[in-house]
Design a protein. Structure first.
Length: 113
């Protein structure tokens, strides 16, 4: 088994929760205040802050405080390791299916008179 990338594990953990994914979808439209991110979820602010801390730990979100308002922004480059891992997985599965297709094609030719 290949060595596991701890950053990749943090990213997949951060992406595993629907509330965090909804926050990322909102932040893809532009920066937002924490209270704005909390609104659609119906969750209390401490819960939202815990979700944001997971996203920040994974590097997906940055935050800054201006007075009493904490704003968050998406860091899309943080998804690059996920994209790379998925591309590698796709290549491996496509190669596997190509070999399977070759094998089945060869078997069918051998069975035909």
């Amino acid at each position: 088994m290949a060595k596991q990338d701890p950053d990749l594990s943090l990213l997949f953990h951060a992406l595993s929760d629907p509330t965090r994914r909804a926050m990322l979808e909102r932040l893809a439209q532009g920066p937002a205040a924490v209270t704005e991110l909390a609104g659609p979820s119906g969750l209390r602010l401490p819960t939202i802050l815990r979700h944001l801390s997971v996203l920040e730990a994974a590097g997906l979100v940055t935050s800054a405080k201006d007075g009493r308002v904490r704003s968050c922004a998406l860091n899309p480059a943080a998804l690059d390791p996920v994209r790379g891992w998925l591309d590698d997985q796709r290549a491996q599965w496509e190669a596997l299916f190509d070999r399977l297709d070759d094998y089945v094609t060869r078997l069918m030719k051998e069975r035909m008179p």
